[in-house]
Ligand binder design. Structure first.
Ligand SMILES: Cc1cc2nc3c(=O)[nH]c(=O)nc-3n(C[C@H](O)[C@H](O)[C@H](O)COP(=O)(O)OP(=O)(O)OC[C@H]3O[C@@H](n4cnc5c(N)ncnc54)[C@H](O)[C@@H]3O)c2cc1C
Length: 493
């Protein structure tokens, strides 16, 4: 036997698994990272590092955010409790009740203890997610419920700290070594992998294999096959290395497909972005402040309710809506009443600006400019008068008589200069995966565990359907990675 546990992948889920395996007694753990060192870390590296966790009492966050009150006076008074019931309600609501109940129980119950473990055991520093979740009201910050903490320096910091811990923990990481096939012994146990290294193909054996090598979001063929058009054309918000390898390997051994295989997380991103994210700007492609503006497609029509909910509850499905529009793009339009609310990430684009709506429309790519002007005027006419705008909660400021209405934050566009930003739908990760049990063991189509095989992270199917509550991917990866590592370490081979 070459080692105790092989972990395939080097993102958040895989490195949680590798470190947990070490913690639980696996002497030799090898991590296989298909990407070269300079492109390591999967989607985790590109992420915003936001962590959705259940806590009954805001002061429970003190252990994750030492000294926060000195930097943000009154922090704990402005954070609302987010108990398990709240997390459940959000997950059920956004997934239209389809989330896998047993996986969701594990996710929610373990969210706080696992993030504490990442902080205390793995040494991953955290910070308040001010730019992602904080909304400034006067001189206070109102936090969106449940998504208050993030890894310090976002995904880049998270990834860096995981690698530091992994190396300090004596785990060997092989960069540029991708798993291409799972190997079974005569008892049909998974006993290793075939690896494509830099110059040779070789077999590596172990008592257990943990697959934490992401979904199929970067694979154009699989996107076309499972998500359908226009997903084969979508820009990828993260790594180019998540090509569905782990899913292919597991399915070829009889793993049970689970969850919504036609589902994916996608967000409104800048239409000026390249086909895959770059390492410098990571997730700064996002254009998520649309609840405070108006979205028009190229035909000059509105096509969704920009104010349906707080951005963190709609952003994961609105990317898809934009991608379905003509030319796979839309314009986000703001005026000076809300421009101070735009996320700092908007600074990575130069907006198109004008002193009149007509002047703005004239500069934007529209197939029907007359219609665009008419839509903006009709929108302004339909906004309510004399109601208080409150960006920190659903304020009920709704248009009347439009199809669709904007049901919150519907201020008229009447304070020039007006600004427009381009948006398209960028794919983040895919929802379909394999079925795992409570111990993160991969289940086969015979509904029995495949001995020796575990999965975690994006590869786990069933949690997310239709939509996704922001900040859950990393927590799910860490929770199931930690569990997978513990149980893989206990495999006797
Ligand atoms: C721009 C962006 C922003 C995001 N922001 C957030 C956020 O703020 N909060 C949140 O919760 N989630 C966020 N997400 C989602 C989150 O990043 C993912 O859910 C999470 O990182 C997935 O972790 P993972 O370990 O499963 O996969 P990944 O981190 O993608 O890791 C997969 C790993 O597998 C490797 N690999 C692939 N194939 C092979 C193979 N054959 N052999 C060996 N290695 C292989 C890859 O190179 C990579 O190292 C964001 C995602 C993106 C792209």
């Amino acid at each position: 036997m070459d080692c105790d546990v092989i972990v395939v992948g080097a993102g958040n889920a895989a490195l949680a698994a590798a470190n947990s395996a070490r913690e639980h007694g696996a002497a030799k753990v090898v991590v296989l990272e298909k990407a070269p060192r300079e492109a390591r870390g999967g989607n985790t590296y590109y992420s915003g590092g936001l962590l959705r966790i259940a806590f009954e009492e805001p002061r429970e966050l003190a252990a994750l955010l030492p000294g926060v009150e000195e930097r943000i006076p009154g922090f704990f008074e402005d954070v609302q409790p987010y108990g398990r019931k709240d997390f459940w309600a959000d997950l059920l609501r956004v997934t239209e009740g389809k989330t896998d109940r047993s996986l969701a129980t594990i996710l929610i119950d373990n969210s706080y203890p696992t993030i504490r473990w990442m902080h205390d055991f793995a040494g991953i520093p955290m910070e308040p997610a001010t730019t992602l979740s904080g909304i400034k009201v006067g001189n206070r910050i109102k936090w969106q419920k449940g998504a208050v903490v993030r890894a310090e320096h976002e995904g880049v910091g998270l990834s860096e700290h995981w690698f530091q811990k992994t190396e300090a923990n004596g785990v060997e990481v092989r960069y540029g070594h991708g798993a291409v096939e799972l190997v079974r012994d005569r008892r049909a146990r998974v006993a290793g992998v075939v690896v494509r290294g830099s110059e040779e193909v070789y077999e590596l054996t172990a008592r257990a294999v943990v697959l934490g090598c992401g979904g199929f979001e970067a694979n154009a063929q699989w996107r076309a096959q499972y998500l359908g058009p226009p997903w084969d054309h979508a820009k990828v918000r993260g790594t180019a290395y998540n090509q569905g390898d782990g899913l292919r390997m597991a399915l070829s051994l009889g793993a049970l497909p689970w969850g919504q295989w036609s589902g994916r997380h996608s967000t409104p991103i800048s239409n000026e972005w390249p086909d895959f994210a770059d390492r410098e700007r990571t997730d700064r492609s996002n254009r998520l402040s649309y609840p405070y503006g108006v979205l028009l497609n190229r035909r000059g029509l509105r096509f969704l309710d920009e104010g349906e909910d707080m951005g963190l509850y709609t952003y994961a499905k609105y990317g898809a809506e934009i991608l379905r529009q003509p030319g796979a793009m839309a314009w986000q339009i703001f005026d000076q009443q809300t421009v101070h609310l735009l996320e700092p990430r908007y600074a990575t684009s130069e907006p198109i600006a004008a002193d009149t709506l007509e002047g703005l429309v004239q500069q934007l790519e529209f197939d029907d400019r007359k219609q665009a002007k008419a839509t903006l005027h009709a929108f302004n006419e339909a906004t309510p008068r004399n109601m208080a705008f409150d960006p920190s909660r659903k304020d009920g400021l709704s248009t009347r008589g439009l199809a669709p209405n904007k049901t919150n934050w519907a201020l008229p566009l009447d304070r020039p200069p007006y600004l427009a930003y381009s948006a398209t739908g960028g794919i983040t990760f895919t929802f379909g995966g394999v079925k795992v049990d409570d111990n993160a063991r991969v289940i086969g189509t015979d509904w029995r565990p495949i001995p020796g095989l575990f999965a975690c992270g994006e590869m786990v199917g069933g949690l997310f359907h239709v939509n996704y509550p922001g900040g859950t991917g990393l927590v799910s990866g860490a929770v199931f990675g930690r569990i997978a590592g513990r149980h893989a370490a206990a495999e006797r081979g």
